[in-house]
Every structure is written in structure tokens, then in C-alpha cells.
Design a protein around this ligand. Sequence first.
Ligand code: SF4
Ligand code: SF4
Length: 471
Amino acid sequence: MTDTAAPLKLFVKKERIFPKRVWGKFRKIKWLSMVTLLGIYYLAPFIRWDRGPHAPDQAILIDMPARRAYFFFIEIWPQEVYYLTGLLILAAIGLFLVTSLLGRVWCGYACPQTVWTDLFVWVERIVQGDRAKRQRLYQAPWSFEKLWKLGLTHSAWLVIGMLTGGAWVFYFNDAPTLIEQIVHLDVPWSVLGWIIALTLSTYVMAGFAREQVCIYMCPYARFQSAMFDKDTLVIGYDELRGEQRGKHKKGESWEGRGHCIDCTACVQVCPVGIDIRDGLQMECIACGLCIDACNDIMHKLELPPDLIRYDTPHNQECRKEGKPEYFSLFRLRTFYYIAIMTVVGGAILFGLLNRSETELHVLHDRNPMFVQLSNGDIRNGYDIKILNKTQEDRIFSLSAEGLTGLTLKAQGAGELDAGSLLVFADSVGHFRVFAFAPKPETTRSDIRFVLQEKETEAREEYETLFVSGKQ
Ligand code: SF4
Ligand code: SF4
């Protein structure tokens, strides 16, 4: 071993990627997907939904100060966060299902990182030119031209960052009101802080980090290979047809050689800078742009398209072994995913259809657990919360059962009648309640609080303890 060997580097220097412009079927799908997704993203917070006078009329809103999440007819309280968990599980399994069927279609067409990056590269191309011009500008020394072109690119990126990432705040505020505040330069500092943070993170992620996010930061990119099987769609280079690759002159025969002319068009358009001819790689986001680039070359060479195409590992094997190819859409794993989604979706739906409009929560005092009164009776204290999930004020009667002579006294701002507790619309009523009873024989007695709405007689119960002595 010689001591002249270069020291091993922990990090490889990031090579800047300048994706070349390409046009074709998958590029069109990507533009269409971008326009559709951005359209939904912008329009969604402006959809109105009438929930009555006491609730916001924004269809999709996460109201942090009021601790509510609204999604059209669904209103989620903090106590019902399990619905949100269910929806996240549903979304995750849905993504697993799509990945097992169509590979990384989410990464290639719908992931915000891909959509924003596409938009940023488009701006870069408009201002600085296509791949070769951008590469030259990047390597050129500082000049007036470089300064204004980079200045314009970065300014446009910041504006897009604000319009895209920054628009996220509309989902947390009343969108029309916020627009008005923005127009009058009267945005609350907390909201402004979020707009700035989201603008800058979009600018950094889509302007600088780009493919590094997919390769190094995104956990989904790492574990989605676990959802792949031999029938999952991946982008594949047809090695049998393409090799031996090599340059080709017009009019030369294709006999005894492959159809790949080693033009590297597929590499030049790749947003993650890989060569798909080296086989399926973890970096590939399955955007299909290399298919468009290669099909364009095949068209010019008057050769059949799809030297690079959506393929399955199974069919790649079949071709090598000379067996017939087939694509099986539904496999055992797709049924697992569908089954899990059906169960979780069914549970959410069942929960929503049977969602109670009232909830009763009772918390027994910890210290003192009980008080013995001068007449020998025992008093226990409780914190009671009554959740009124409707948009109307409601009056409830609270009683307790389970012990002989059990009575209640309620306190709010002052003494209250436990038989007539007012809880305002869409709010939580907090009450201090004392239960009195002659000393029971056991030190711990099971009792039940019963809450009944005066008008509808809807009933909620809560089992708790009445403590009358030390154990
Ligand atoms: S674009 Fe097609 S022909 Fe050109 S290098 Fe790639 S695979 Fe070969
Ligand atoms: S190899 Fe092809 S499909 Fe994969 S990221 Fe590059 S251009 Fe997109």
C-alpha cells in the first residue's frame, strides 16, 4: 500500500444538473398534472361551505386558534384526531397501492417537490436558455449578463416560491380575508412569518436542493422499493434491442448492432442526472422524460419507439429468456392494500356517520379525593367538560346515578343549576361539579354521570368513581 493514495472523501461534491428541454407524451402529462394540481391547490381554500352563523364558511380550513379542522361537511375536534390519523393511514396505503401498481408515479408527476422543481427549471430555461447555454453561463466568470440573468432567475424563483409555498397559509386562515389583508399590506406578523418561511423553503428546495431532496432527504424514496415486485411498472431500457450501442451514420445498416446510438439525449433530459441504460436506480423518479427524449431520437432514425419505456422487471426477464410478456395489474399485495384501505375507510365512514354531537368528559379531583362534611355526608369534586359540536346553543341537564341519596351541585362563574347547563354552539362547556351522598359502605363506589339535552333528550353517560375513604 502506498501513502500517495488520495484520502477517502465522506461526501461527493454535488454535480449541478442542467436538464435539457424535451417534448413528448410524458412531458405533456407532467405539464397537465402540474396545472391541475396547482389549480386545485389555489382554488381549494376559496371554496365556501355554509356551516351556519357560528362556524367559518371555508370548505377546507385548519383553524388553529379555534382548534378545529374543517373539510367540507366534516368538522374535526382535537378530541377526534383519530379521524385525521385514519385519513393519513388511508393516504399512505393509497400511495403504497399506486406505487405497487405504477411504480414511482407519485414522485414523477405529483409530488410537490417535483412540481415546484419543474416550474423552477422552466423559469431558468426561459431566462438563461436551454442546457448548453445554462452550462456555459454557470462556468463563465462574473459579467453583467451573468448578473442580470441570475438576478432575474432568482427573483422569479422567489416570487414563485411565495405564490406556491406561501399560498399554504390560505389553508390556515380565511382565504378572502387574508387576500384583503395582503392587498392592504395589513397581514398579521404570525402569518407573514409563515409566508416568509414557506417562500424561502420552497426557494431553497426547488431552486438549489432539487434532486438531492429525492435522493437523500425523502424517506419515501428509500422505502418504496419494499412495495415493488416483479410486476411493478418501472422505467426500463430495452438492453436486448439497444445493445451493442454505438454511433450511427445515416444510411448505415442496423444489422449486427443495437438501436442505441449513444447520443445521451436520455441522460441530458434527466432531472436527477442518471443514465437509465445502467439499469433501474434508486434515484430514478419515473418521470418518463428519458422516454420522450429517446422516442424523439428513434423517430428521427425511423426506428420503432420505446427503446426506453414503462416496463416491468418480470417482462424484462421474459424478453431475455424469450418467453411471452404479460402485465398483471392485480396481485396479492394489491389486494392487501385494497383490503386495508377498505377496512380503514369503512371505519372512518362508520365513525363519521355515527358521530355524536355531544361528548361528556369527567375528571375526578385528585386532591382531596373526598371531603367529609359536618353532617357526615361525603363530597367529591369533578371537572366536567361538555362538548357541544352543533352550531346551536344547547341546554343540558346533568345528573348522577349509582348511590342512594346522590345529588349534584354545579359551579360556573357562580352557582349553577346542574339540571340546566348552557353550552354555547361549537364550544366546550367547563363546569365544576360536586357530588354529595351519605357515607356509603365501601370506600370506592361506581357512579354514572348522565347528561341529557333538554330539547332532544339526546343522552350521554360517563362512568366514574365516588370516593368516601382511604383504601
Ligand atoms: S436517447 Fe435512446 S438512443 Fe440516445 S443514448 Fe439514450 S437510449 Fe440510446
Ligand atoms: S431516468 Fe428517466 S424516468 Fe428516471 S428520473 Fe431520469 S428521466 Fe426520469
